[in-house]
Design a protein around this ligand. Structure first.
Ligand code: EPZ
Length: 421
């Protein structure tokens, strides 16, 4: 299996440009199932998850073509299947996002039950409850879940989400665009990716208001037309490079980003002593001006501190002065990277959903394993400051969500290479 070999690197310095957001492009691609006309999506990152979503859309009847690098045309004149391919769905949980669009457009959707993953069971009860509220009948067959709209099609309803689930908010929004009447999603997720999706749907002729707040109003329409849209920059990749500057005591100019989307990370890094200069669509992050102090983190739904930044931030906290505390409230099992960091010499104790990180760790290269996308990134960051060589395996996780990962770090002076064996 392929691995990354990461060596102790000096402070990372230079410029990096942020790619389109993985967690935005996937729902945007699913939304292109709704209109019969062609959609054009720009700033599409070259990721394994995007390649998988292309396959899934094609298996449902979409014509997906790359017009030029980073620009996709998705034309779904006819839906030829309402059942997503079992093997494809099994590889990527986000494929569940086609369910809302299929149900919205065709009144029926069959999705193999998406697997959980290392960070948690990741149920889809909130998605299904939302569909049921719109009048869909849900039935769990042998190996897939089916949602079928009632005889009059989907009917707008007030839906209160027990938890502000990102995926459930996106799926219900896509199912509701053609529902008769008005749908309200309350306690909705407020992530920037929700706003990006609502903007794309509104360009198609949907009538969605309130995205980015906890209450989203969707007035049903009868038809949508094709639209063009540019994916927002990836806020989690942005945070990853901010932490690369912090942990290596370097200085990185981060271009093509939206600082507003990483406000909790900016605030927390400043609390640790990192200097951050914020401009309209770029930032300069300076970890070279020290000192670096401990800080406490509690992950929360947006606009709270993002769970996806928890593991890379923890890698950084092993190198600061003093003891830090990290509480993970979004996923039930998102400390898998702790044992891997401990193998590198970190001193982290876990009790329940709280981790206590002792600072001033002397990290040393080791053989470690990526347990999820962001944990993998955390281990690479730790590898840049650990003595000796760090071998990171299971790197397919990382390649799912970070475009040109090695090239971007190498350009900043990071010593990292991929070996296939
Ligand atoms: C999205 O996952 C992101 N993925 C995740 O990013 C991110 O960590 C997560 O939102 C939280 O911000 C994509 O956008 C493709 P949730 P999603 O539904 O939609 C529970 C990454 O690294 N829940 O907001 O699956 C769930 O178990 C990935 O890029 C239910 O209980 O997240 C979890 O504990 C990792 N029932 C919590 O809610 C449901 O029906 C948050 O899940 C749905 C979710």
């Amino acid at each position: 299996m392929a691995k990354y070999i990461v060596e102790k690197s000096g402070p990372l310095r230079g410029e990096v440009s942020i790619s389109g957001s993985k967690n935005s492009v996937l729902p945007l691609m699913a939304a292109a199932l709704l209109p019969e006309d062609e959609c054009i999506i720009r700033s599409v990152p070259e990721l394994r998850d995007v390649a998988l979503m292309k396959e899934i859309l094609a298996s449902l009847g979409s014509e997906v073509t790359e017009i030029e690098e980073g620009t996709l045309s998705i034309h779904t004149e006819n839906i030829t299947s309402t059942q997503a391919d079992f093997n494809l769905v099994n590889k990527m949980r986000a494929s569940i996002l086609v369910m809302g669009a299929l149900l919205g457009r065709k009144g029926i959707a069959r999705i193999p039950r998406p697997g959980g993953c290392a960070i948690g069971k990741r149920p889809i009860d909130l998605h299904l409850k939302g569909f049921q509220a719109l009048g869909a009948i849900i039935s769990e067959k042998e190996e897939y879940i089916e949602a079928v709209a009632g005889p009059q099609g989907l009917i707008g309803e007030n839906i209160y989400l027990d938890f502000p689930s990102v995926g459930a908010t996106e799926n219900i929004m896509m199912a509701a665009v053609f529902a008769s009447g008005t749908t309200y999603i309350e306690n909705a997720a407020e992530e920037p990716e929700i706003v990006d999706l609502a903007n794309f749907l509104n360009k198609m002729g949907a009538k969605i208001r309130g995205a980015g707040t906890d209450t989203i109003k969707i007035e049903g329409v009868t038809k949508l037309h094709g639209a063009r849209h540019t994916v927002i920059p990836d806020r989690i990749e942005t945070a990853t490079f901010m932490l690369a500057a912090a942990i290596t005591r370097g200085a990185i100019a981060i271009n093509n980003c939206i600082p507003d989307h990483v406000k909790p990370v900016i605030a927390k890094l400043r609390e640790c002593g990192v200097r951050i200069e914020v401009h309209e669509d770029s930032m300069i992050v300076r970890g070279d001006l020290g000192p670096h102090n401990a800080a406490n983190i509690k992950t929360l739904p947006y606009p709270g501190f993002p769970t996806d930044v928890q593991s890379p931030f923890m890698a950084y906290l092993t190198t600061v002065e003093g003891q830090s505390e990290v509480i993970e409230t979004v996923f039930e099992n998102r400390f898998m990277h702790v044992t891997q960091l401990d193998k590198m010499g970190a001193m982290i104790d876990i009790s329940g959903n709280k981790a206590i990180i002792r600072g001033n760790s002397h990290l040393r290269g080791s053989q470690v394993m990526a347990t999820d996308l962001r944990a993998g990134a955390a281990l690479v960051l730790a590898g840049f400051v650990a003595d000796g060589e760090t071998e990171v395996s299971e790197i397919y996780h990382i390649e799912r969500g970070y475009e040109h990962f090695i090239e971007k770090f190498a350009k900043l002076g990071g010593t990292i290479r991929k070996v296939d064996n």
